[in-house]
Design a protein around this ligand. Structure first.
Ligand SMILES: Cc1cc2nc3c(=O)[nH]c(=O)nc-3n(C[C@H](O)[C@H](O)[C@H](O)COP(=O)(O)O)c2cc1C
Length: 485
């Protein structure tokens, strides 16, 4: 069942014992962030938190703050209405099974067709709860409980926005999650990085010299937040994808001051525009990387209206030294899209992006190896696929290694590689947030083949056998140990 509202989801978390409500006033200036960071660092991601009296500049905001709502495997699955996100992977596999695609582009094209067939297409409606309150002149962004997350942040940041834009040439919609630094009562920064679809749409508007309408939504069915962060290929509509995830078409309503449609059930809508060429310094910001990202110029977002539910909640997150809530969001993306990866790489058994790598810094892949240099083929394939292009280190292991066990992968890496023979260094685009490359957005990436070597892979000696106890000895010791308990 799709959630009727973000509050509906928060109530479900509460019933499942996954929510802690904080009914005392807590300041949005660092204190909610410190509280949430402690929760995110507790085993399994702790609980979701609802701050019922968030304080902004000494005043209690009318909008309670919800944070860490997706910060565990269980809550991530609950946000998508499933027991486990692997169920969604199976559903995607079924769509793709009808006619197995020959490559990734075809895989996503089939997925798109499948989503249409599943009636995931959005429906237009004339009104919705997100417009229960409409403020065109009498609003201030200071009314929102926007967090200052880390001490040296350049200000307050909206961290879980869904930014809705359109390609002015094709009309294709995009929804991305790009943080927004509060500048004043009516303007923010728009931190779409150069590789992202929002930035591509923006570039077309700038070239045409046209003002770009942008709507930012917060809350609603949590499937929207996942869809906005998911690395979908440019052109696969996040609203269609969200409809598939929640098994219910998204109802869209037209904004009051701009020609953009937004989901009718969201909590808050910031309507506005980006003016071609207008840039302003953004940052610093305590980022996913665990470091502050430097001040850089980003487009300015002018807000022309705020509409909201009467009982709106303000969903947010913080990022920082892992593990944080975003690890579970990224982990769900990898697990959900694994069938699409497998279509492209039939040898791929499993894949994960461990928390320590903050998404793209570290990728573990296991493969069923059949021929020499297959591990390198898989690395190069991954480096050519969408946001996987940012992967800084890729370690490929054999299928009998559990990629979710970092210690097991490191053991294989150390034991099975001759560094010179089994590594490769390539040049590729880098994540804009990565501070290590000498030049932003470009850098080197490294792959390790930690699989056992086959003839033809330049290993001239017999490959040794991995230690393994006999099943019988294991059974006998199980029985003996039971007797001594
Ligand atoms: C909590 C969170 C915050 C994010 N903030 C940003 C951001 O400020 N800028 C950005 O370009 N990407 C950010 N991302 C990553 C994008 O949301 C992600 O790359 C998404 O796939 C982009 O969508 P797009 O391909 O439609 O542009 C963030 C992701 C998460 C989970």
């Amino acid at each position: 069942m799709a959630y009727r509202s973000f509050r509906d989801f928060v109530d479900a978390l509460d019933r499942a014992g996954e929510l802690r409500k904080i009914d005392i006033p807590v300041d949005t200036d660092l204190l909610i962030s410190e509280w949430a960071n402690r929760e995110m660092k507790s085993p399994g991601g702790g609980k979701a938190l609802l701050f019922e009296q968030p304080v902004v500049d000494g005043k209690v905001s009318p909008f309670p703050v919800a944070i860490n709502t997706m910060g565990s495997r269980k809550r991530m699955a609950m946000s998508l209405g499933r027991e486990s996100v692997d169920e969604i992977a199976q559903e995607i596999q079924l769509i793709l099974k009808a006619k197995p695609p020959t490559d990734l582009r075809e895989g996503f094209a089939l997925l798109k067709q499948g989503l249409h067939l599943l009636h995931a297409r959005p429906k237009q409606v004339s009104s919705g709860p997100c417009q229960e309150v409409v403020k065109i002149d009498n609003f201030s962004l200071n009314d929102l409980p926007i967090l200052k997350c880390w001490p040296k942040d350049g200000g307050r940041f909206i961290t879980l926005p869904h930014v809705h834009t359109r390609d002015p040439e094709t009309g294709a919609r995009n929804v991305g999650c790009y943080r927004m630094q509060l500048f004043d009562e009516r303007t923010t920064a728009m931190h779409w990085q150069v590789h992202k679809v929002g930035a591509r749409h923006g570039k077309i508007y700038y070239e045409r010299g046209e003002r770009m309408p942008v709507a930012v939504t917060l809350g609603g069915d949590p499937a929207y937040s996942f869809a906005a962060t998911a690395p979908l290929p440019d052109g696969l509509d996040e609203i269609l994808f969200a409809g598939f995830l929640r098994r219910k078409s998204v109802e869209l309503v037209k904004c009051k001051t701009i020609d953009v449609d937004v989901p009718a059930d969201v909590d808050l809508v910031l309507e506005g525009y980006v003016q071609p060429g207008e840039m302003r310094p953004e940052g610093p910001f305590g980022d996913h990387t665990g470091y502050y990202t430097a001040i850089e110029d980003y487009p300015v977002f002018h807000v022309t209206a705020i509409t909201h539910r009467k009982d709106a909640l303000y969903p947010t997150t913080i990022v920082g030294i892992p593990p944080m809530e975003d690890f579970y969001i990224g982990d769900a993306s990898v697990r959900i899209f694994l069938p699409v990866f497998k279509m492209n790489f039939p040898e791929l058994v499993d894949m994960t992006l461990p928390a320590e790598g903050v998404f793209h810094n570290l990728v573990f892949v296991s493969i069923r190896k059949q021929y020499p240099y297959q591990a390198f083929k898989v690395m190069h394939g991954l480096w050519g696929m969408g946001q996987m292009m940012f992967s800084k280190y890729i370690i490929v292991v054999d299928e009998d290694c559990d990629v979710h066990n970092t210690s097991e992968v490191l053991f294989r890496l150390c034991a099975n590689t001759d560094p010179e023979r089994d590594s490769t260094v390539i040049r590729n685009p880098s994540d804009s947030l990565d501070h290590a490359p000498s030049i932003q957005n470009i850098g080197s990436h490294m792959g390790f083949d930690a699989t056992r070597k086959l003839p033809g892979e330049n290993h001239q000696r017999p490959w040794p056998e991995l230690l393994k106890m006999t099943e019988e000895a294991q059974r006998l010791v199980d029985a003996l140990q039971k007797k001594t308990r």
